[in-house]
Design a binder for this molecule. Structure first.
Ligand SMILES: O=CC(=O)O
Length: 318
């Protein structure tokens, strides 16, 4: 590769549902020679040597063995978010390729999405929006209610901060307990056992990453432990909740309601039962989708990729 040439960065496409946002192109072009998948596939022989990094936007392009084998100079894959369940980390590592995510950029807007869903479900905003003349839409009180946060990483913690301002009682469950000062700062109480959190919470917010250990973490048994007046909010990944069990729980009054930013698959098929239930709010994985957050994600990815290409410690290496 010639002296002053910028390193090649493979992206799925620019614009479109799975493409990086147009507004981010100038930032990326400052540091990289951008190659879309279309350009790559049209001129594979030439392009494959140029690619030194991949920027995954909304889980695309799909990283498989064939793609990895065709990129001899690939050094790093940067993800445009925090969840890495769409990537075969072992496979990527076996090619000696480094990986990074963007945990700093996403936490505030994802926590906001969680609170938006909580409030919308509690106060029946979606039904209210289309039934402005009805006066029998009784919601449930948020002030003074108990919120159980499952997963107290940076997003979970920001939810606790927000919930404190809503005067909620906050319980949390996490693999590792937070420091006492951190618990005190948000007024959160640790539940070593997830069951005890489920039994007490009026709102259960799921914020864990999807791993083999968290797959269907919230199933029939867990929903039956919840109060019949409780609401389940999921802003992590659909598969952390057993969706079939959830449908039954919502239909039979095992729990009051659900508010989901994530499902499986995404989007749900139009005729899916969940879309027909009145006591569910479903949003299309809006978690990180604000203008500011998405731009910060790209900035974080650029920083990670440049560090990797320069042989420096990668700030958010996995
Ligand atoms: O879903 C959003 C993320 O993984 O950051």
């Amino acid at each position: 590769m010639g002296g002053g040439e910028l390193p090649g960065l493979l992206v799925n496409e620019i614009g479109g549902i799975h493409g990086i946002l147009h507004g981010h192109v100038a930032l990326l072009k400052k540091h990289f020679y951008l190659i879309t998948m279309k350009e790559f596939l049209e001129n594979r022989k030439h392009m494959s040597k140029k690619v030194q990094a991949i920027y995954l936007w909304w889980h695309k392009p799909i990283i498989d063995r064939e793609l990895l084998q065709s990129l001899p100079n690939l050094k790093v894959i940067a993800n445009s978010g925090v969840g890495m369940d769409h990537l075969d980390l072992k496979l990527v590592a076996s090619f000696g390729v480094k990986m990074a995510n963007a945990p700093y950029a996403v936490s505030s807007s994802t926590a906001d999405t969680g609170m938006a869903l909580l409030l919308a479900s509690a106060r029946r905003l979606v039904e209210g929006n289309i039934s402005i003349l009805l006066s029998d839409l009784l919601g449930v009180e948020v002030t003074g209610a108990t919120l159980g946060i499952i997963g107290m990483g940076s997003i979970g913690y920001k939810i606790a901060l927000r919930a404190k301002a809503f005067e909620m009682n906050i319980l949390y469950h996490n693999r590792t307990r937070r420091k006492e000062q951190e618990e005190q700062a948000v007024g959160a109480t640790y539940c070593e056992k997830i069951d005890s959190l489920l039994q007490q919470a009026d709102f259960v917010m799921v914020v864990v990453s999807l791993t083999p250990q968290t797959h269907k973490l919230i199933g029939k048994r867990e929903m039956e432990l919840m109060k019949p007046t409780a609401t389940l909010i999921n802003i992590s990944r659909g598969a952390v909740v057993d969706q079939e069990a959830l449908v039954t729980a919502l239909q039979t009054g095992v729990i009051r309601a659900a508010a989901l930013d994530v499902t499986y698959p995404e989007p749900l098929p139009r005729d899916h039962t969940l879309l027909k239930l009145k006591n569910v709010i479903i949003t299309p994985h809006l978690g990180i989708k604000t203008d500011k957050t998405t731009y910060m994600i790209t900035e974080e990815a650029v920083e990670n990729i440049l560090a990797a290409l320069n042989g420096l410690p990668i700030p958010s290496e996995l």
